[in-house]
Ligand binder design. Structure first.
Ligand code: UT7
Length: 329
């Protein structure tokens, strides 16, 4: 099969208007600004406060932004993938709701439930559909309304997450740019250290599960921290070796934004300069599937055609991996 080059040709993001500062959290839960800044690097996060607004509504802003920026008609989109763990409903998926709200009348799509790796897995999937020629225009989103599944009585989780969405347009291009390679990994055995205890078919919602506060993010932070650092270093190192790229040739590292200390440990794990690491964590906290496209959106003006970009993430599942691409515009 004659494979095509799949490239990101537009990027956009959306952050809800309300900014929740560390100070505001101090009035809700037993925490303090100093602990949050020094242990996580987070100064604030955005929260979608309007009643009746969901993950799909943030994605609508992203999709409309992508269409406008790229001069693409809604009817031209063939496929939409949404990485999320906070879909509007348990079912159906959110991708189809977004397609409906944005008038993507010719698109099929689905969600990818890979937590913080949702955009990483979605981007790899979307690129395969472009490479084979099955699709010509694919939108890949990463979006989470984490505030809808946070326990604001649990200081170990509620301070680190925020709401946000980002996405990209993928198209085939003639030049030798775009997606080059990826290493994606999973380990279901680690599902117990990062998950939501109830609300699924294993433990459906009951009065007891609600009373026990089991419909929120549960995380064993220290274990996840170690696995995240080791996982992202491992897949990035192997991806560089397999593609014979030296670290000096990488222009940008785009890491999942869970904790500044994790990002610094990953960068120092392969002796990579922090000047070339994209960071949004201080302003947004951890927006789960949203972090990677939000990084690309923030740094869009700094990215140059031909730049070597490594994207890496780690999250619930457990899921993790790294992508190597050459920026196309
Ligand atoms: O994105 C998906 C993947 N997720 C991640 O990658 C997150 C990975 N984990 C982490 O980022 C960190 O483990 C956390 C930020 C979640 C926690 O940081 P930590 O340095 O691992 O803290 P800890 O859980 O070991 O807690 C240290 C202390 C404890 O007090 P004692 O027992 O030493 O007295 C906690 O009770 O800090 C306390 N603590 C807090 N204090 C003030 C925990 N959370 C808070 C808080 N405010 N919000």
């Amino acid at each position: 099969m004659n494979l095509k080059n799949a490239a990101i040709t537009a990027v956009h993001g959306y952050l809800p208007e309300h900014i929740m500062t560390n100070k505001e959290l101090e009035s809700i839960v037993d925490t303090n600004d100093e602990w949050i800044r020094t242990r996580t690097g987070i100064h604030q996060r955005h929260i979608q406060k309007e009643v009746g607004k969901a993950t799909s509504d943030m994605c609508v802003e992203v999709v409309n932004g992508i269409l406008e920026k790229s001069g693409t008609k809604a009817s031209e989109i063939d496929m939409i993938i949404c990485g999320t763990i906070t879909g509007d409903y348990v079912f159906p998926d959110t991708a189809n709701t977004i397609a409906d709200k944005c008038g993507l009348t010719n698109a099929f799509g689905y969600d990818i439930n890979a937590a913080c790796s949702g955009f990483l897995f979605g981007l790899t999937t979307g690129c395969q559909f472009i490479a084979t020629g099955f699709c010509k225009k694919v939108i890949v989103l990463g979006a989470d309304k984490m505030s809808s599944i946070l326990d604001y009585q649990d200081r170990t989780t509620c301070v680190i997450f925020g709401d946000g969405a980002g996405g990209v347009l993928l198209e085939p291009i003639e030049e030798e740019l775009g997606f080059v390679d990826a290493i994606l990994k999973g380990d279901g055995d680690g599902r117990h250290i990062l998950h939501m205890k109830a609300g699924g078919s294993l433990k459906p919602t009951t009065k007891e599960t609600v009373a026990a506060r089991e419909h929120f993010v549960y995380q064993e932070g220290k274990s996840v921290f170690k696995k995240a650092v080791n996982g992202m270093i491992d897949t990035t190192t192997r991806l560089l070796a397999r593609n014979e790229i030296k670290k000096e040739e990488i222009d940008w590292l785009v890491p999942h934004q869970a904790n500044l200390r994790i990002i610094q440990a990953v960068a120092s794990g392969f002796d990579f300069s922090m000047d070339k690491v994209m960071l949004t964590i201080a302003e947004t906290g951890n927006t789960t599937a949203g972090t990677l496209p939000l990084c690309l959106w923030k740094y869009e003006d700094k990215l140059k055609k031909g730049d070597n970009v490594i994207i890496t993430a780690f999250g619930g599942g457990l899921t993790w991996g790294s992508i190597y691409l050459k920026w196309a515009y």
